[in-house]
Ligand binder design. Sequence first.
Ligand code: FE2
Length: 320
Amino acid sequence: MSDRASYVLQQGKIRLILTTALKSDSEIAEHVKKHGDGVKVLALWVDDAYSAFEETTKRGAKPYLQPVTQSDASGEVRMSGIYTYGETVHLFIERKNYTGLFLPGYRPWISDYNPPVAGLQYIDHCVGNVGWNRMNETVKWYEEVMGFVNILSFDDKQINTEYSALMSKVMSNGNGYSKFPINEPAEGKKKSQIEEYLEYYEGEGVQHIAVATNDILSTVIELKSRGVEFLSPPPEAYYSMMPERVGHIDEEIEKLKSLGILVDCDEEGYLLQIFTKPVEDRPTLFFEIIQRKGAQSFGAGNFKALFESLEREQALRGNL
Ligand code: FE2
């Protein structure tokens, strides 16, 4: 008897796999009990799942899934996996000899509920929260084991509010398609929001998944109409100072303000972003919607606005 059921949700290049336990002693049930809703697997598309496993474990990665080949009438998929921070894992998926919909073992699902797409295109980045003094170790792990590079860094002088602070470093693979920012809490007047996450998740894990759209205004209007709740908008002053801070943008500021969308810029252009409230009351995961218009950064200029908004939520939970 199977101990779990999984559903694949797809839009654009995004695939989210939701898994639930069918038995109380399933490792899925254990994971949810311990961590709440969260991201267990960050799967990466590779050319060779066997050599990816051999190479990364040789460089010190802790094995999660020994290389295995699964097949059905549509061909074969080879996969393997290693642990990254906390109980989170990277799976290596090799599917060049597979023509099926997803993976062997899955079957097509025809739903009666078919809402129109919301314009979501691909996963832009996934952010991990690690514990005190664990940043450098984690960055080194991505460099040495995965061959990633550190493309951006922010220290606690750059990312802080009156109350809390954090550090952030962005790790990216060679072609820039896979980006994993890493956050570590920093000392502030009060509890860092990263520390609050670590307490609720009971360990290190994924803080948020950022999904890209090429029309954030219509995406956010659509999502709101379907009940998605976003963090409260920044104060009025954020928008009145926007032209000065980011220069010319194509969108009407009034529209951005009415939806609470944030804007930030770097040397290459600007980006628009907004963050959802946590998916569940136990705040262990949220989503970001992002539209890039040239900018390749992550909205550091918005961190302050974002954090103040997060802190309002944190205060409401009585944890600030
Ligand atoms: Fe983000």
